[in-house]
Design a binder for this molecule. Structure first.
Ligand code: PBG
Length: 347
């Protein structure tokens, strides 16, 4: 910069007050930890985290998910222990996902309405532990269908309205088991309204609905489908019900509808690749907006960390604060317990 443009260089304080250097030095606020802490615009807290857990049959059994290093499928007793860990760490809620035995997966998804199915038994067991923790259960048929779809297949099409009836039945057995939050992840039209109505009629007025409102047909769900055992079954793809990754305005319409139908909270999924959607939904619609940092996002980071290509803890926390910056109220993340431990160590 020429001395002419800077004015009188003999007096460094005689700077122009038009926001230019050196009156303005952005680095002043960044010079030390204490000042960075003061000016931080967003903060990640354990209060923002939801921990998804995979449940299997058996006792004292843990079964690694190869495509998700560090994540194990847990028998119910160990899932209860994990719920205790979550509560001890201050994580407000867990989300339970069953890996249903292959013999119970049928075209009509009947196991979804069995009040003693795996996820209902797991929910009751966690409830009986008396923890002050939210239990979130997916509403979708994919853990129970022989074809791996979230809805019922009639011919070669997923039938929306037949699926709604099944989702309502699934919802009722899940709240009866003790779910605090139902999270419809199936992307059928009208399901939030139907489930909300059925809950009111059955007297479950306080059950929360966290709608997977803007859920995209994403390849980032691959490791999750391994974990719940639906990937080898899945015929075709989910593009007739999950959203096209090319679309944004459609997400706003989806969320608007779900709120009108009675959703208390909404979710955008996947997470980081869809941060623009998280930001638009939270800023334009001003509703509690959650992001799901999905299995494939977890796998990418863990694979790089295992190779020593990325620093696991730092990339984990950086990815989580990104959701807060975009306006998310909270994040479903397989990193939840590790992140909570890091946050506790920092405090
Ligand atoms: C089931 C469901 C899926 C996920 C959450 N609920 C998979 C899918 O829709 O195929 C994905 C979660 C993840 O990838 O971590 N409807």
């Amino acid at each position: 910069m020429s001395s002419k443009r800077n004015g009188d260089t003999s007096d460094p304080l005689a700077t122009r007050s038009d926001g230019s250097f050196p009156a303005v030095r952005m680095r002043r606020n960044r010079q030390a930890q204490w000042t960075r802490r003061l000016v931080a615009e967003n903060r990640l807290a354990t209060d923002d985290l939801i921990w998804p857990l995979f449940v299997i049959e058996g006792e004292n059994k843990r079964d690694a998910v190869p495509s998700m290093p560090g994540v194990d499928r847990l028998s119910i007793d160990l899932a209860v222990a994990a719920a205790h860990e979550a509560a001890d760490l201050g994580i407000p809620a867990i989300a339970l996902f069953p890996n249903t035995e292959a013999s119970l997966r049928r075209a009509d998804a009947a196991e979804a309405f069995n009040p003693d199915n795996l996820v209902c038994r797991a929910t009751r067991a966690v409830r009986e532990a008396g923890l002050d923790i939210g239990i979130i259960l997916d509403v979708a048929l994919d853990p129970y269908t022989s074809h791996g779809h979230d809805g019922l297949l009639i011919g070669d099409r997923i039938d929306n309205d037949a699926t709604l009836e099944a989702l309502v039945r699934q919802s009722l057995v899940q709240v009866e088991a003790g779910a605090s939050v139902l999270a419809p992840s199936d992307m059928m039209d009208g399901r939030i309204g139907e489930i909300r109505r059925a809950l009111e009629v059955a007297g479950y007025k306080d059950t929360l609905l966290m709608s997977y409102a803007a859920k995209y047909a994403s390849a980032f769900y691959g490791p999750f489908r391994d974990a719940v055992g639906s990937s080898s079954n899945l015929k075709g793809d989910k593009r007739t019900y999950q959203m096209d990754p090319a679309n944004t305005d459609e997400a706003i319409r989806e969320v608007t509808l779900d709120i009108a139908e009675g959703a208390d909270m909404v979710m955008v999924k996947p997470g980081l690749p869809y941060l623009d959607i998280v930001q638009r939904v939270s800023h334009e619609l001003r509703v509690p907006t959650f992001a799901y940092q999905v299995s494939g996002e977890y796998a990418m980071l863990m694979a790089s960390a295992e190779r020593g290509w990325l620093d696991k803890n730092r990339t984990m926390l950086e990815s989580l604060i990104a959701f807060k910056r975009a306006g998310a109220a909270g994040v479903l993340s397989y990193f939840a317990p590790e992140a909570a431990k890091l946050l506790r160590a920092e405090a």
